[in-house]
Design a protein around this ligand. Structure first.
Ligand code: HEM
Length: 378
């Protein structure tokens, strides 16, 4: 989509798609302020085009799909439990999960950035954080991935299929209620907060189910795609890969550049809550506006030579994790996972090539990236 997005930035910075009836903003200078203007560009009907169009009721607690004041109540509760400090403390675990993915492969020579690493380690990490037993993690991830598949989303009830409903975790939450531990789930079960009516209370089981679905849904696939893009981009830029192998202190900036260059979650959709005029054109209240954060990330008007991948670039705030009140709650964790994954790969192999004949893109409505990325390593 990048060549199309570039044309949109240059020729139609406000684009209207007649066939599917939505608008799009693609320039950094437009996307960035729109992400912070939640009064105009609302998430309460969903932040995915198909969900806004489907006009379904969203259960409380899916903060991605909420506006203030409800958003703020749930966001601050989640943020209390889900602190950057706690994420950072996970580094040894993230390293352990990564090592467990990679070590069995060292002798074999066949390695898939996505299947062997990207689809495994984030799932183990979020599973560990929530205290979900490893034996259940894979089934849960597959079910989540299935629920986000694009192909058949038109004919399905999103609730029934589990995109917004956390019933697959219900047994586990019941069990944890009876057996408290020191994990995040127990913290959620016991946290007190003031709800919309002013009552101080604990979360209901239903709300916790929603939170867990949200965290697992928002945190798994996106990070899987980040790890895939890491493999792909560094395969295509051998010089930069070798620089990294020689100086691993460049890794954090390289991960930022990978995030900028290939945003795993490239489009955020919003419901337009009042008439707005942009580039001389009226966007009526009730329209759907898509904010192309991936396009903004490559806008030459903001990033010098935006279409060039450069791990040494100084990055002036990419929009891959969004911006404003919905800024990704898991950004610190995602960065940590990306950094550790790349570090551990580079410790084992400094050269790799993608087996393109067998690589495959993933097709979901919210993320962009690889499903299979078989790699020859040395
Ligand atoms: C929100 C991207 C990883 C949890 C967001 C948003 C983006 C995003 C773009 C804002 C959406 C909007 O404005 O409508 C990503 C990417 C990731 C990643 C690219 C990985 C590379 C994670 C992880 C977690 C997580 C690991 C948690 C474990 C969340 C939550 C929100 C969110 C809870 C909703 C915040 C709110 O609405 O207030 N993410 N994310 N994300 N993300 Fe992430």
């Amino acid at each position: 989509p990048y060549p199309v997005w570039r044309r949109m930035r240059d020729e139609k910075p406000l684009y209207y798609n007649e066939r599917y009836d939505f608008f799009a903003l693609s320039r950094y200078e437009d996307v960035s302020p729109a992400l912070t203007d939640w009064q105009t560009y609302r998430s309460g009907k969903g932040s995915v085009l198909e969900i806004i169009k489907a006009n379904i009721e969203i259960p409380p607690g899916v903060i991605l799909f909420e506006d203030p004041p409800r958003h703020d109540i749930h966001r601050s509760l989640l943020a209390r439990v889900f602190t950057p400090k706690k994420m950072m403390a996970l580094e040894p675990k993230v390293r352990e999960f990564t090592t467990r993915c990679l070590d069995p492969l060292v002798e074999g020579g066949e390695f898939d950035f996505v299947r062997h690493l990207g689809a495994q380690m984030p799932m183990r990490t979020i599973g560990f954080l929530l205290g979900i037993p490893e034996s259940d993690q894979e089934a849960i991830r597959d079910r989540l991935d299935e629920s986000m598949k694009l192909e058949d989303s038109k004919d399905r009830d999103i609730y029934e299929d589990g995109l917004l409903d956390g019933s697959i975790f219900a047994d586990y939450i019941d069990w944890r209620t009876k057996h408290p531990s020191d994990d995040l789930m127990t913290e959620l079960l016991t946290a007190e907060f003031q709800d919309e009516t002013g009552t101080v209370r604990r979360l209901t089981h239903e709300e916790i189910l929603t939170y867990v679905m949200l965290l697992a849904g928002a945190g798994n696939e996106t990070t899987t795609r980040l790890i895939g893009w890491t493999g792909k981009l560094l395969a295509e830029h051998p010089d930069q890969r070798r620089q990294l192998a020689a100086d691993r202190s460049l890794i954090p900036n390289a991960i930022e550049e990978i995030l900028r260059y290939e945003a795993p979650s490239p489009i955020q959709a919003r419901y337009v809550a009042r008439d707005v005029e942009l580039y001389g054109q009226m966007v009526p209240e009730g329209s759907v506006m898509t904010l192309l954060n991936a396009s903004a990330n490559r806008d030459d008007r903001h990033f010098a030579s935006g279409e060039t991948f450069d791990i040494r670039r100084k990055i002036d705030r990419h929009l891959t994790f969004g911006y404003g009140i919905h800024f990704c709650l898991g950004a610190a964790l995602a960065r940590l996972e990306g950094r550790v994954a790349l570090d551990e790969v580079l410790k084992r192999w400094t050269d790799w090539e993608i087996d393109w004949a067998n690589a495959k893109m993933a097709h979901t409505s919210t993320t962009r990236g690889w499903e299979r990325l078989p790699t020859r390593v040395s």
